[in-house]
Design a protein around this ligand. Structure first.
Ligand code: GAR
Length: 203
């Protein structure tokens, strides 16, 4: 077995997608990669507790601790280099990354977005807001997308998508949970394994 692809997972909140990745690693669904670092955008992210409980090293890098986006991203790159990270997974990561950062990792940053891109995505569409927008538009089908990350918010090449039904009487919270259970927690580990396999072959 070749050395596993070293993965950093970027988080901001509850970290259920991080949990799905950890579980997928334990069950062997993610096999060509290993989560070696969790990077949180704020110190109160519950995802940090999940990392700790699973003995995964973590750190907090907050945008507000730096004078500029450039300085913030420089700090992120430093921690990624120190840990020899080969793949970055944005799993509910709510901080913006500029082209200065994304261009350093072409084909090596993945994101999960809780809608069927190109619907309800881009600037201002994150977390519950995505599901609020889907409900207020009145779509009958929504879903999740796993895509590569480039300089355009939610604009990188699509890797995987899965549709999820919107039901009568859904609240944003209920819909969010269904999209997570039926799509995100399945697609993200699958996408991560696909990319790890590809990166392994290209070594
Ligand atoms: C997830 O639904 C994720 O797709 C979304 O935030 C939630 C985070 O949940 N991400 C975005 O909206 C990014 N644009 P989690 O912290 O429990 O994984």
């Amino acid at each position: 077995m070749l050395n596993k692809i070293k993965i950093a997972v970027f988080v901001s909140g509850g970290g259920t997608n991080l949990q799905a990745l950890i579980d997928a690693q334990k069950s062997g669904i993610v096999n060509n990669g290993k989560i070696v670092l969790v990077v949180a955008s704020n110190p109160s992210a519950y995802a940090l507790t999940r990392a700790k409980e699973n003995d995964i090293p973590s750190c907090v890098v907050q945008r507000k601790a730096f004078a500029s986006q450039e300085a913030y991203e420089k700090a992120l790159v430093e921690v990624l280099r120190e840990n020899e990270i080969e793949l970055i997974v944005l799993a509910g990561f709510m901080s913006i990354l500029s082209e200065g950062f994304t261009s350093l990792y072409p084909g090596r940053i993945l994101n999960v977005h809780p809608s069927l891109i190109p619907s309800f995505c881009g600037k201002g569409y994150y977390g519950l807001k995505v599901h609020e927008a889907a409900l207020s538009y009145g779509v009958k089908v929504t879903g999740a997308t796993v895509h590569y990350v480039n300089e355009i918010p939610d604009g990188g090449e699509i890797l995987l998508q899965k549709a999820v039904e919107v039901k009568e009487g859904d609240t944003p919270e209920v819909l969010q949970r269904r999209v997570m259970e039926q799509a995100e927690w399945v697609l993200l580990p699958k996408g991560v394994e696909m990319v790890c396999e590809k990166l392994q072959k290209g070594r």
